[in-house]
Design a binder for this molecule. Structure first.
Ligand SMILES: Cc1cc2nc3c(=O)[nH]c(=O)nc-3n(C[C@H](O)[C@H](O)[C@H](O)COP(=O)(O)OP(=O)(O)OC[C@H]3O[C@@H](n4cnc5c(N)ncnc54)[C@H](O)[C@@H]3O)c2cc1C
Length: 441
């Protein structure tokens, strides 16, 4: 794990988990051998908060969901510098929000992986673009087994029988699909707009109102020359940026020894995530200028003073790298915001509807709202479908909170508002540009 040094711009430090050493000893070695971010005293002051996780495991992690990262730190007497040095970077990377808004369970879930799995801290990159390198092999696998994959075929409406079970799905072309079982992997914000009237007062679906996607921005910048580059993911530890990678070094398809292409996560990017500025509504030029200002601080000897980007104006003549082109992708509703107390509202894959199974990273599973969380939720959903096909019951329904049950009892049925528009953003994806200027990659 590589971190930009806050006090020494242009320099990086890393926590090196030694190869061949089992967890958690490799994590201990990584922390103890890094003297650039935390002092020995600060490392020792982390122990009271982290020891219960080692001893009690998942129940302790789950129980911390009601506390924000800052509340947890105060409770266990952790010094503020641990927040500044480590937790801000982790919060922005794991959920795109600041630690005062983030549930401590998120940080502990990540740390638990480091403690229990020798390679739990590893980050990895695909060797090329997702459609070809990730999605196409999955499609081939499904087709080889006799399945069909239909792209650009959104579900418009979920149709129900008298008893509430699904009778079919109306697709965007007006056709109706029917099946024995239906699995939804839609994001929570989309599902809420599609919930059929017959389900709208059921506690299981009412709890979805407690979950909401967090906005984030992804920035791509091409430079005219190569920057100092780390082969992997970097925690930028700058106020506006989260993690970034130089794709010209980390990714085979974009490999280039002459010029860098950075992909950066811009977070927090709106007040709900902890930013004073609603960056997601700003123009591309404003976002890129702010990003260039942060990059100038990260790479003081490399980024040029470029009048096109006023935030670089304090750069000296030492910096020569200039931006060639850029792209800004806004995702107004990305992963669910893991603010304190959300875990108890994440639904089980089992639903109260006899032929509906839920999936998606936001459903209940031990990983975070992430790619591996989405995969695990999918596996749990598949298990449930096959258990039921074999005549079993499979995973039980997760109990719904009493307060939600009370609220549901007084609720009046609601018509689904449906998804408006055919753009990816309407289905939880991203867009370039704002307002009427939006275009969709
Ligand atoms: C900028 C950014 C950076 C990230 N970085 C990381 C990272 O480094 N590591 C990591 O693990 N995770 C990362 N994530 C999070 C990760 O992308 C998500 O956790 C993951 O994609 C969730 O998968 P999912 O299948 O649950 O949902 P999604 O990927 O959102 O997929 C839902 C799908 O449902 C489709 N859909 C919606 N409505 C309908 C409908 N009505 N009919 C048909 N289809 C519909 C959508 O088009 C979409 O394809 C990042 C996210 C963002 C935005």
């Amino acid at each position: 794990m590589t971190f930009a040094m806050q006090e020494r711009p242009g320099e990086f430090t890393s926590f090196d988990f030694p190869a061949g050493v089992p967890a958690p000893f490799n994590m201990a070695a990584a922390i103890l051998s890094n003297f650039e971010m935390l002092s020995t005293k600060e490392k020792l002051l982390m122990v009271p908060g982290l020891l219960p996780m080692l001893l009690e495991g998942q129940p302790f992690i789950d129980a911390q969901d009601e506390l924000s990262v800052l509340e947890f730190m105060r409770k266990y007497g952790m010094p503020e510098r641990i927040n500044e040095e480590i937790f801000i970077a982790m919060g922005k990377a794991l959920d795109f929000i600041d630690p005062d808004k983030l549930s401590m369970t998120v940080i502990l879930t990540a740390m638990n992986r480091f403690i229990n799995e020798a390679d739990g801290s590893q980050t990895a990159f695909l060797d090329g673009n997702q459609p070809e390198r990730l999605c196409a092999p999955m499609v081939s696998h499904i087709e080889a087994k006799g399945g069909t994959v239909r792209l650009n075929a959104p579900v418009r409406q979920i149709l129900t029988h008298e008893d509430g079970s699904i009778s079919g799905l109306t697709m965007s072309d007006g056709s109706v699909l029917t099946a024995d079982m239906y699995v939804s992997a839609m994001p929570v914000d989309v599902f809420k707009r599609m919930t059929p009237t017959a389900w709208s007062t059921l506690p299981y679906f009412q709890q979805f109102d407690e979950l909401e996607g967090i906005p984030v921005i992804n920035v791509h910048i091409w430079f005219d020359r190569k920057l100092q580059s780390v082969d992997g993911l970097c925690f930028s530890r700058s106020p506006l940026l989260s993690v970034y990678a130089d794709m010209s070094t980390t990714c085979a398809e974009y490999y280039d020894e002459e010029a860098s292409m950075l992909e950066l996560v811009f977070a927090p990017c709106s007040p709900i995530a902890g930013s004073d500025v609603n960056w997601i509504a700003k123009s591309d030029e404003e976002i890129i200028d702010a990003t260039m200002g942060e990059l100038a601080r990260l790479f003081p000897n490399e980024i040029a003073n470029d009048p096109a980007w006023p935030a670089t104006s304090s750069q000296t003549a030492r910096g020569t790298a200039k931006l060639v082109k850029h792209a800004v992708v806004r995702v107004p509703r990305s992963v669910y915001a893991a603010t304190p107390g959300r875990n108890k509202y994440r639904p089980s894959q089992a639903s109260p509807i006899s032929n509906l199974v839920m999936a998606g990273d936001w459903t209940s599973q031990k990983f975070l709202g992430s790619m591996e969380g989405a995969v695990l939720a999918g596996k749990l959903a598949a298990e449930l479908v096959s258990d039921r096909a074999l005549g079993g019951q499979g995973q039980p329904l997760k109990p719904v909170q009493e307060a939600i049950i009370t609220r549901a009892a007084a609720a009046t049925p609601k018509q689904p508002v449906g998804v408006r528009g055919d753009f990816p953003i309407a289905f939880g994806g991203g867009s370039q540009g704002v307002g009427s200027e939006a275009s969709h990659p």
